[in-house]
Write a protein that binds this ligand. Structure first.
Ligand code: ACO
Length: 424
């Protein structure tokens, strides 16, 4: 085994090198503190591998993304969301019988306890749907306490089915709440994506027929968002899960992490930015000047890991053109997005910082064409990311990893004596 050497206070310490299956190398510092009294400091975990994982591989320099070994390009073109969910959670593509059993099992659990509707009723109509979603998911621990009290393998599996099954219901209900419309109940004759569209768009006053173009586009978008190894929300799911919190509490925490504008919230911000440019009539190159002066960020650009291109962005850009033309939608913000991208990719500010469009730059434009409102975009991301979070949580849960508990470098005051309030 190769090692790295650390010289510190006259001592030499050998640190083992761990090599992943794609030849990724890491210095194993598990015994560093015992050997030296040192901890490491790595703000934002830019250099820190938090775990060993067999779920997703990505190479940010080469723009590679694979789920369980399968390239994202092949999955987005040939697979569907439920098949990819199975792949991520159980490690391999299902055969026909496994696929049928998996999707049938999910259909058994689509109904939601009616008391959850009372929780929904308690929210104001103006509530952001991400807040509603994380609360409803978290509430499932109360309805299924065995998820935390008796976490056997079969119970864990049951709760995975429940969560996958109920998520489209929660998302649809959060949307209906914002409209003041009556909520829908799931339709088990539909597949997962058809049922989701029914939960979102069906009205009691007329028939609803999911459009196959929309169903296909949705499958593709959800696949592209389904996992992305140790990002902010997945790491949150694993961190919460490491305390042996339930699947539901852990995923609810992941939803909250995703909500932030620097993570999944960016897809909403991209559309708001493009709309602002359109409404105010700003030229894309002039907007870039504001970005370069750091007055604003170019939302949907840049990525912590991808420093060449984001393979998901390429697929989404192509899909965006296709879907809009299939649906006969002409959206002026697509032209603005393309102009911004073209100008940014030839501008030294963006080139030198390795800033490229990320998954969120074009996804919102497709969601808009599918009739999904802007404040629901991050919720769509959560729906897509659910199988990845589940796979990450399940892997962590089955491992012997200890509870997540980082160290710190204390920068506060030294010891001082308490002063009674009368003397302060
Ligand atoms: N617009 C303008 N400048 C940017 C952008 C951007 N979108 N992103 C990074 N930069 C600049 C920074 O100002 C910094 O410049 P400096 O060296 O002159 O200070 C440099 O590029 C490095 O940026 P960091 O913020 O250090 O990069 P980091 O890896 O920490 O951030 C992040 C990555 C958060 C994604 C960032 O690129 C960003 O804020 N992008 C916009 C938000 C976004 O689209 N988020 C979605 C990410 S994908 C996802 O989560 C699904």
């Amino acid at each position: 085994m190769s090692t790295a050497q650390l010289f510190f206070e006259g001592k030499t310490i050998d640190l083992p090198i761990i090599i992943g299956t794609e030849n990724e190398k890491a210095i194993d510092i598990s015994n560093l503190r015992d050997q030296t009294g040192l901890v490491t400091l790595d703000l934002g975990y830019k250099n820190t591998g938090a775990t060993k994982s067999a779920v997703t591989f990505l190479d940010g320099e080469l723009g590679i993304l694979r789920y369980r070994g399968y390239p994202i390009e092949q999955l987005a073109e040939k697979s569907n969301f439920m098949e990819v969910a199975y792949l991520l959670i159980y490690g391999d593509l299902p055969n026909k019988a496994q696929y049928a059993a998996f999707t049938d099992e999910i259909k058994l659990h689509t109904l939601v306890n009616e008391d959850i509707k009372k929780i929904l009723d308690g929210f104001p109509a103006t509530a952001h749907p991400m807040g509603i979603l994380s609360s409803l998911v978290c509430s499932l621990t109360a309805f299924y306490p065995e998820s935390v009290e008796n976490p056997t393998d079969s119970n864990i599996n049951l709760n995975i089915f429940r969560l996958l099954a109920k998520m489209p219901t929660f998302v649809g209900w959060a949307y209906k709440k914002s409209l003041g419309h009556p909520v829908n109940y799931p339709r088990n004759s539909y597949d997962y994506c058809q049922n989701f569209l029914h939960m979102m768009f069906a009205l009691p006053v007329e028939d609803f027929h999911p459009d196959p173009v929309v169903v296909d586009a949705l499958n593709k978008l959800l696949i592209l968002h389904a996992d992305h190894e140790q990002n902010c929300s997945a790491s949150t799911v694993r961190m919460v899960g490491s305390s042996k919190a339930s699947l539901y509490s852990s995923i609810s925490a992941g939803i909250n992490a995703l909500w932030g504008p620097l993570h999944g919230g960016a897809n909403q911000e991209v559309i708001e930015m493009l709309d602002e440019i359109r409404i105010l009539g700003i030229k894309p190159v002039d907007y870039l000047e504001k970005v370069k002066k750091k007055e604003v960020r170019l939302m949907g650009f840049g990525h912590r890991v991808y420093k060449n291109f984001d393979p998901r962005a390429r697929i989404i850009k192509k899909a965006c053109d296709q879907v809009l033309s299939q649906l006969g939608v002409k959206d002026p913000i697509l032209d603005i997005a393309k102009e911004l991208e073209e100008a940014a990719l030839t501008d030294d500010y963006f080139i030198s910082r390795k800033l490229y469009p990320n998954v969120d730059f074009y996804s919102g434009i497709i969601y808009r064409a599918l009739g999904i409102p802007t404040n629901m975009f991050t919720v769509m991301f959560a729906l897509g990311r659910l199988p990845g979070w589940i796979a990450q949580w399940k892997e962590l849960n089955a491992s012997k990893e200890p509870i997540g508990r980082p160290r710190q470098i204390y920068t506060g005051l030294g010891s001082r004596d308490y002063v009674p309030i009368s003397n302060r």
